[in-house]
Ligand binder design. Structure first.
Ligand code: SF4
Ligand code: SF4
Length: 146
């Protein structure tokens, strides 16, 4: 299946693998490093991206081997989605899990995969590659929650 009707998505449970993959808007936010907040209670996003995130397209360069190549790469699942509190409110998986519709700019509604970048929702133009920084300085790259 290459396209399905996003208005009919009621639950993540109903998606097959192809539909699950299509739901990602390509923002790249889940590929950012996280640091613990000062309280130590909540992970906070940084603008430092995994070494395998292509910063131009915000796509994974090793997608099919991602969990082998990057052991800390988190797999989103129906079971863990609500625990990943750092996911942006725009994330389609989070929205569906919370019973919310996809935003108008989502590729499945707009038919345009570039809107997520043009509207400044993705990490494009913001993220730096982990290879270009000292990871001991991660705190310096902390972002407020998205
Ligand atoms: S945060 Fe959600 S929508 Fe954005 S890249 Fe990750 S899984 Fe896809
Ligand atoms: S391996 Fe790929 S999907 Fe996983 S965090 Fe890195 S860039 Fe993202």
């Amino acid at each position: 299946m290459t396209r399905f009707d996003p208005s009919k998505i009621m639950s993540l449970n109903q998606l097959d693998q192809a539909e699950w993959d299509l739901l990602c808007d390509g923002c790249g936010i889940c590929c950012l490093y996280k640091v613990m907040s000062p309280s130590g209670m909540k992970p906070r996003l940084t603008r430092v991206a995994c070494r395998y995130l292509n910063l131009d397209t915000c796509t994974c360069e090793v997608y099919n081997q991602r969990h082998d190549r990057m052991p800390t790469c988190i797999e989103l699942t129906v079971e863990n989605i609500k625990q990943l509190t750092w996911l942006p409110e725009t994330c389609a998986y989070r929205r569906i899990a919370e019973g919310k519709p996809l935003p108008w700019w989502h590729p499945l509604r707009s038919g345009k995969r570039d809107l997520v970048h043009q509207l400044g929702i993705s990490v494009k133009g913001i993220a730096v590659n982990e290879k270009d920084i000292d990871l001991n300085d991660l705190q310096k790259y902390s972002l407020l929650p998205w």
